[in-house]
Ligand binder design. Sequence first.
Ligand code: ADE
Length: 421
Amino acid sequence: MSIAYDVKDLDLAPAGRLRIEWAEREMPVLRLIRERFAAERPLAGVRLSACLHVTTETANLARTLQAGGAEIVLTASNPLSTQDDVAAALVSHYEIPVFAIKGEDNETYYEHIHAALDHKPHVTMDDGADLVSILHKDRTELMGNVIGGTEETTTGVIRLRAMAKDGVLRYPIVAVNDAMTKHLFDNRYGTGQSTLDGIIRATNVLIAGKTVVVAGYGWCSRGIAMRAEGLGGNVIVTEIDPLKALEAVMDGFRVMPMHEAAPVGDLFVTSTGDINVIDRHHFEAMKDGAIVANSGHFNVEINIPALAEMAPEAPRRVRPSVDEYVLPSGQRIFLLAEGRLVNLAAAEGHPSAVMDMSFANQALCTEYMLENADDLERTVYTVPEDIDQEIARLKLKAMGVEIDVLTPEQEAYLASWEAGT
Ligand code: ADE
């Protein structure tokens, strides 16, 4: 094999290929796009560097971009989220260069990002904006080649909007996260299910009867709260935004500050996008045996350095993905997946059926970006509404769901202003 890559073990490829094909069954919209891309080759000759979680779903996106003619290189968007068998299959079977190993240290993580940038991309595809950030900070010599980029997740969009606001963003980005067919499904149902899946795979604890504290009430955290409640958890929500807090109250959850939730929670899950949401004084107040997990993009939501300082001994790994910290009082706190996104580090990430729509957006927005390159400015764009609508239409069709269409009379009524009471 002549392509450069860095994956754990190419012998894992057959298992990875089976899993990629299994995921594809649930990704009919992406399959349709792949078939059209193979016929039309809209991405012919485009060098694309993607920094995404290396999962079965991402593999199907990579295949789609490749079918469209893109030369894609893939690096991980988190050190703990790579599925090593998938990385191996992408290299051996699909001849897609991958730089990603589950459990890589931070230095290797950034070396891999640089390796993906060595590809001299025309298009960047990011999940969390690390690729764009390194490109803007350390690899500015590559900027001349770049036409545009896409961003998958809330955290990345926030970072990119901050760059645009400061006037430092050097090329256009489409915020895939902001598409309705992305965040209403992937963030809510995807994070909701996969976060509980990660917690359960890591701990095998019964959620029924537990007090589950969910930090945040954005699309991801409301999915987590909904699924925790569905499993019988007694859910408390913490928020800083009065509107979201009000929604949580009216959705039937108890809402209170984290310092009040800390002593009553059995299980804590953060998904806020902010730093130190669970901090030193919260750990001090927690019950013995409290379980703490994060499902936000970065491992900063739980103050792990403070927890490590509070515990006289190094943490003990009591199960894969579970570290026990013992405080001087004897109180034990169990941290899942080293505070990294528990849904990807301890489970397989969002199910394929929601990633189908997220990655359909990625594929169609890449095509859109290339078609409209001359008209786009150095800022963050939302996904065009017609792409969003088309993906929803295709998904419904694939699910065998039909909907009504407006009659001419109804259309005329909606367009008129004269008719009243
Ligand atoms: N983000 C969350 N879940 C994911 C998945 N299954 N694949 C890629 N990115 C993800």
